[in-house]
Design a protein around this ligand. Structure first.
Ligand SMILES: [Zn+2]
Length: 510
């Protein structure tokens, strides 16, 4: 479906009025070709109303409504003529399937250490495992992440209860600590241990982690040699009160209900628009937006009422997914010089699962991926702007500003700095690999009551959207994407940025 739409005279006058003339290229006969200017408000509304419909049940990762959303996006890619970027059973496919494990919550657990009885939630958390009733001597393995002297070396842990220090020498964020925990579990499982107890003394308060793990958890499937994960506990050791667990000869008794384990699946959706320049087409710009949301009722973790318990996620992030669809349409109609990977991501709301999976299983080489323009947002409270997180850091400020300006919008950079938003969406998974990756959000300057009213609330319905603004938001995104994909040079991280080193490692010193 590659048609060049010739812009009529009145349209070119309108574009001139919008300021688009500054960035659009005149085609033969002096007429403008700019398909993003012709995107339809009705179409934007149709896509949004479907993706944010009650029937999709809040698009929760691993649930049927989420898979339906992925299917819808994939079939739109097919209709637009994108090239499938993934394969399934050796056949080209728009869906990049991801196997997931779902651990239900534990209902009971105790750990006896001498005279102390530790209780579920209060002093301990069950991370994984089947129902268990087990006594024995513990064996300490440091962080439990290596085969070295400070780890498993010289220690036969088969059938034993292994004790490890929480976190890792490098772990800082809660995400790092959770990832380290998964690594430890995998290693202890491979070593044949019967159970793993981690001594938690990290900065994130115990009350917070305890509450977090009292909900169902979804993770990317990481079974060690196909074995089910072993019993894994976290013990609150904030004041080093259970240091005796590090000592040889200490015996414990642990009983847990286990965490029933289910497998499920989800998918990223990925399609390619091939670039027109013989050289630059080997470079890729990723356009990403997550299409998942938080589900229904208690799944969402936010307050809801019986009259409306569906978290439709119109703002977060159906409109971002629609911006992808509309950009794909405009960029297929007039392809840019570089290739574009249009990537609708799953699992953002449950720990960036889709973008993390993509970063480890890229569909085009990461070092040929020069930029990611991510779109995500909590909502908007200013329809004169688009807000961009990371604008000043990622080297494409001029194109992003011109993209917005062409549709009568200005850019507001770095909204709500206190929220640390750069590291709170999928863009960070690309940034961590070294790819400059800002997030393009619907207009807001502060995280005020107008944002909070909708953010992760059941009221975030499509009916309450200003579709005139959503159309312009999509157009601005598409046009910024085009300008970046057409740039003669690659965008670069700002000097001294915390991801600059990763960028140099990925692309080589330039
Ligand atoms: Zn979001």
């Amino acid at each position: 479906m590659q048609t060049t739409i010739r812009v009529t005279l009145w349209m070119s006058l309108l574009l001139t009025a919008l300021g688009a003339h500054a960035q659009s290229r005149p085609a033969k006969g002096g007429k403008l070709t700019l398909p993003e200017a012709l995107l339809s408000r009705t179409e934007v509304e149709v896509h949004t109303r479907f993706l944010a419909s009650d029937e999709l049940q809040g698009r929760r990762t691993g649930e049927p409504g989420n898979r339906t959303a992925a299917r819808y996006i994939a079939e739109q890619f097919r209709l637009l003529g994108l090239k499938p970027a993934a394969t399934t059973d050796n056949q080209p496919d728009f869906l990049q399937h991801i196997n997931l494990e779902k651990a239900k919550t534990a209902t009971s657990a105790t750990l006896l250490i001498g005279k102390d009885t530790l209780q579920l939630g209060k002093q301990l958390i069950v991370m994984s495992g089947d129902p268990t009733n087990l006594s024995g001597e513990v064996i300490y393995v440091g962080y439990g992440l290596t085969d070295g002297e400070d780890g498993y070396k010289g220690r036969d842990v088969k059938g034993r209860i292994v004790v490890a220090q929480g976190g890792s020498p490098e772990a800082k964020s809660p995400g790092d600590i959770i990832r380290a925990a998964a690594e430890k579990r995998k290693m202890a499982t491979q070593k044949g241990a019967a159970a793993l107890i981690e001594l938690y003394s990290e900065a994130t308060p115990w009350g917070f982690v305890s509450q977090y793990f009292s909900r169902d958890q979804l993770t990317i499937a990481t079974s060690a040699d196909g074995k089910a994960p072993i019993t894994h506990l976290w013990v609150n050791n904030a004041n080093n009160q259970y240091k005796q667990l590090k000592e040889a000869g200490q015996t414990v008794t642990l009983r847990t209900s286990g965490r029933p384990h289910l497998t499920t699946s989800s998918a990223n959706v990925a399609g390619i628009i091939e670039g027109t320049d013989p050289k630059l087409k080997n470079e890729y710009v990723i356009l990403s937006a997550h299409f998942d949301h938080i589900g229904v009722g208690a799944q969402g973790g936010s307050a809801y009422q019986s009259t409306d318990s569906i978290f439709n996620g119109a703002r977060d992030n159906a409109i971002g997914a629609v911006a992808l669809l509309e950009s794909a349409k405009a960029l297929m109609q007039q392809r840019p010089k570089r290739s574009v990977l249009v990537l609708a991501l799953t699992g953002e709301e449950v720990g960036f699962l889709g973008s993390r999976y993509y970063a480890e299983h890229p569909l085009v080489p990461l070092k040929q991926t020069i930029f990611d323009l991510n779109s995500d947002g909590a909502g908007y409270n200013d329809t004169t702007v688009v807000s961009v997180i990371g604008l000043e850091r990622t080297g494409a400020k001029a194109e992003i500003e011109a993209g917005a300006k062409a549709f009568g919008l200005s850019i507001f950079a770095e909204p709500a700095p206190e929220q640390g938003l750069f590291d709170r969406s999928d863009n960070v998974q690309f940034a961590a690999k070294g790819i400059p990756a800002p997030t393009f959000s619907a207009g807001f300057k502060t995280f005020d009551a107008a944002i909070g009213k909708y953010y992760h609330q059941a009221i975030d319905n499509p009916e309450s959207l200003d579709f005139k603004y959503v159309l312009r938001f999509c157009q601005a995104y598409a046009h910024a994407a085009r300008l970046i994909a057409d740039r003669p040079t690659r965008p670069q991280w700002s000097a001294g940025d915390k991801y600059e080193v990763a960028g140099k490692a990925l692309y080589g010193q330039q």
